[in-house]
Design a protein around this ligand. Sequence first.
Ligand SMILES: [Cu+2]
Length: 153
Amino acid sequence: MIKLEKWVAVLAMSMLVQTGWAATITVSDAWARATMPGQKVSGAYMQIQSDVDARLLSVSSAAVPRVEVHEMKMDGDVMRMRELKSVALPKGQIVTLEPGGFHLMLMSLKKPIAVGDIIPLMLVVESGGKKQTIEVKAEARGMDGGMRDHHHH
Ligand SMILES: [Cu+2]
């Protein structure tokens, strides 16, 4: 089991962060995929909306040794995935991180992620040349939360 504080009610709720110059970044429906014993990678997903043109640059987590921003795409009939330098968050648009598209890759997991675990994620977002950090709590869901993927790491 991963030791994390359990937030029960607040999850899946939208989160608003606003401080002075910063963009207003709204994150909703953040979740991570629970893992099987021995599985070292998983994914995290959410919807992000910024009130100005912005970019998601990177993500870190106190609970996961390494988090990468990935994109998954069909290449002919092969699904491929690559690490991205950033994900554009165009003004006012909801950008969805989901299985089969943009996603956060949770890597080098030391322990399995159980359904209901809360994975804290720190999103670094840049807008107008300035960076801000948004804290997101993603609740772990089971394998039926979406298509199976990421078996090739
Ligand atoms: Cu990936």
